[in-house]
Ligand binder design. Structure first.
Ligand code: NAP
Length: 307
């Protein structure tokens, strides 16, 4: 039986791995479908403490991984398919095989929802992103667009006005879903221009492969047009990666794991860390902090099995 299995290799999972490995548990870390998590698809990270000049997301993740490996963490390119709580341990199904572990740290993250337009994958990092906090500062004094009408879109559009010359807030309906206070703040900002009843059709890039414009369609008139923007921020929500745990670990109505004091879940020995449970802060550093807390909680929990 494993002592510690960690699901996910974003900031939360890797920080948990560093702590659990240094505590001599030789944790098994399952990389999942998106190794490295959301940081692995960003460029320069300027807000992770300790890097005054910033650090590239993938490099930060690789550093964390080798730090965990140095202390004995083991990595496997596999994902959890199923989960069953048991008496004093839990079972997870990985690549068709059931495994047993005393503790499980679920740090499987959340995946940004994308529009599903052509060339979406190749443009991420080249004027297409789902994170204003990460990438907003790269787009100073240029027009940008935010897609969506919820709190995320309103918040990101407002945040982006610090840098961009103009922010188009493109929404498929004629009113925002966002809470009144956030909607009012966004719509009252002179730099934000709402573009109602409009859906994105196509990303248009320049000769260097960077975003140049967004082709959109007015859903009322059917008219198509191009908005000249240097970056498109897709803010149509995130999906927490909690499918294998459905019905077994407590979740909110959007599928985010519920934590009960610190990182504990409703199942003893199972801890949740990072974006899989946090839809509020969603930062690399907050995820890392939760990963650390989850590993310390796991260590405390494991003490009862030492004889
Ligand atoms: P959300 O509330 O689900 O809103 C998603 C928005 O994207 C909706 O306006 C939706 O349009 C639009 N959308 C979805 N799919 C689309 C598509 N394929 N094409 C175009 N538009 C699409 O997601 P969220 O804004 O990320 O918020 C998620 C949760 O986190 C909410 O509970 C929110 O309150 C919370 N949150 C809170 C804060 C805060 O309090 N500071 C900040 C961010 C998020 P429709 O409106 O037409 O459905």
């Amino acid at each position: 039986m494993e002592k510690v299995i960690i699901v996910g290799t974003g900031c939360a999972g890797l920080t948990a791995a560093i702590y659990a490995a240094r505590a001599n548990f030789a944790p098994l870390v399952l990389e999942g479908h998106e190794p490295g998590g959301q940081l692995s698809t960003t460029t320069l990270v300027e807000n992770f403490p300790g890097f005054p000049e910033g650090i590239n997301g993938p490099e930060l993740i690789m550093n964390m991984k080798s730090q965990a490996e140095r202390f004995g963490a083991r990595f496997s390119y596999s994902a959890v398919e199923d989960f069953e709580p048991a008496e004093g341990f839990v079972k997870i199904k990985v690549d068709g095989e059931w495994m047993e572990t005393r503790t499980l740290i679920v740090a499987a993250g959340a995946s940004a929802k994308w529009l599903g337009l052509d060339r979406e994958k190749e443009l991420v990092g080249h004027g297409l992103t789902s994170c204003a906090t990460c990438d907003g500062a790269f787009y100073r004094n240029v027009p940008v667009a935010v897609i969506g009408g919820g709190d995320s879109a309103a918040e990101e559009a407002t945040f982006l006005t610090r840098f961009a010359s103009k922010v188009y807030l493109i929404h498929r309906r004629d009113s925002l879903r966002a809470s009144k206070i956030m909607a009012d703040r966004a719509l009252g900002n002179p730099k934000i221009q709402p573009v109602w009843n409009t859906v994105p059709l196509e990303y248009l890039s320049d000769a260097e492969g960077e975003m140049r414009a967004l082709k959109v369609r007015d859903t009322n008139s059917g008219a198509e047009s191009e908005l000249e923007v240097k970056c498109v921020f897709v803010a149509i929500g995130h999906n927490p990666n909690t499918k294998p745990f459905k019905g077994k670990l407590d979740m909110d109505e959007n599928g985010y794991l519920l934590q009960r004091g610190g990182t504990k879940t409703n199942v003893p020995g199972v801890f949740a860390a990072g974006d899989v449970a946090d839809h509020v802060y969603r930062q690399a550093i907050t995820a890392a902090g939760q990963g650390c807390a989850a590993a310390l909680e796991a260590e405390k929990y494991l003490a009862q099995f030492e004889h």
